[in-house]
Design a protein. Structure first.
Length: 162
């Protein structure tokens, strides 16, 4: 999946295009490693891209569905751009729709090295919790000897005294 800022024109005479983010869905067909030098290298993905106008829809439960029979660039024409940098791609999972076999349900995934544990907690700068008055304020308020325990004394013989 790729999120791209795309300009849309209503006609050829339109002087004020509308800019919006469009999600492009793809199927990975090849991985290409480009190496200019030992220090400059990167990965590119060659993909089959789904047409966002004909091959993407939402169902009544707000799930995104894609149809890979509706590709954006067919037959690898020179006008098509099937490549994307690997750093720009987001990983998604396509699950077959049991009611519509030609459509797949899109499930977004979190990369395995990305952990965002703190986003689900709302941290407040100060705690509103009030401590009870029953907390001991000095050592005299605390009983350091256990009550209700049977005292057991043992005599040990044969220990070396140093």
């Amino acid at each position: 999946m790729l999120k791209a800022d795309t300009k849309s024109y209503s006609s050829t005479k339109d002087r004020k295009p509308h800019s919006r983010d469009i999600l492009y869905y793809r199927v990975l067909t090849d991985i290409i490693k480009v190496r200019y030098t030992n220090d400059i290298k990167f990965l590119m993905f060659k993909c089959d891209w789904v047409n966002p106008e004909k091959g993407v829809k939402q169902d009544e439960y707000k799930f995104t569905l894609v149809n890979f029979n509706q590709l954006l660039y067919k037959n690898n024409l020179p006008i098509g751009e099937p490549f994307i940098l690997s750093t720009k791609a987001d990983q998604v999972l396509y699950v077959p729709d049991p009611l519509q076999p030609e459509w797949k349900v899109v499930l977004t995934m979190t990369p395995p090295d990305h952990f965002d544990d703190y986003s689900r907690f709302e941290v407040q700068p100060y705690s509103n919790q009030r401590l009870d008055d029953c907390l001991p304020t000095s050592d005299d308020d605390v009983g350091w000897i256990r009550q209700g325990v049977v005292l057991l004394m043992m005599m040990l013989d044969g220990l070396d005294k140093e």
